[in-house]
Ligand binder design. Sequence first.
Ligand SMILES: [Fe+2]
Ligand SMILES: [Fe+2]
Length: 169
Amino acid sequence: MAQKKQSGSMPNAHLHELFVDELKDILGAERQLLKGLKKLKDAANSETLSKAFQTHYEQTEGHIERLKSVFGELGLTARGKKCKAMEGLLSEAEEIIEEFQDSPEVVDAALIAAAQKVEHYEIASYGCLVTYASLMGHKEAQELLGMTLAEEKDTDALLTEIAMSEANS
Ligand SMILES: [Fe+2]
Ligand SMILES: [Fe+2]
């Protein structure tokens, strides 16, 4: 992957199609997640957790806007595609909400687990996208995607914090 291939002025041009494909996947995923986060928020018992989901909902809207800018930078129309992984993660989240809806102290822990699985998927996706952008010299895209990556990591850490404090309260 570190192999440098020159095509026009763009280094590592062989990554271009993969980069665009992964951008479409994560755009679809973020859009699916907007709906999912509403359900997670509605199912949360703790005020802190509910707020965290609301905050991440707003951040996710920002992630979508950043992705649109990245597509714009590349001279492409922002078109997402259905992300099967996000679909699966969110359907597992719904399953777990149903299973534990009668035990409030368990449901919040289950929601955190489901949300962290989502965050880890996003962290992996944005991590790769930042790497590709860097390898191809898309500086602006690299910066935008890096900002989102940092927010996904922060969300993951916040969820761990909430899990620890709620469990000890
Ligand atoms: Fe996101
Ligand atoms: Fe996220």
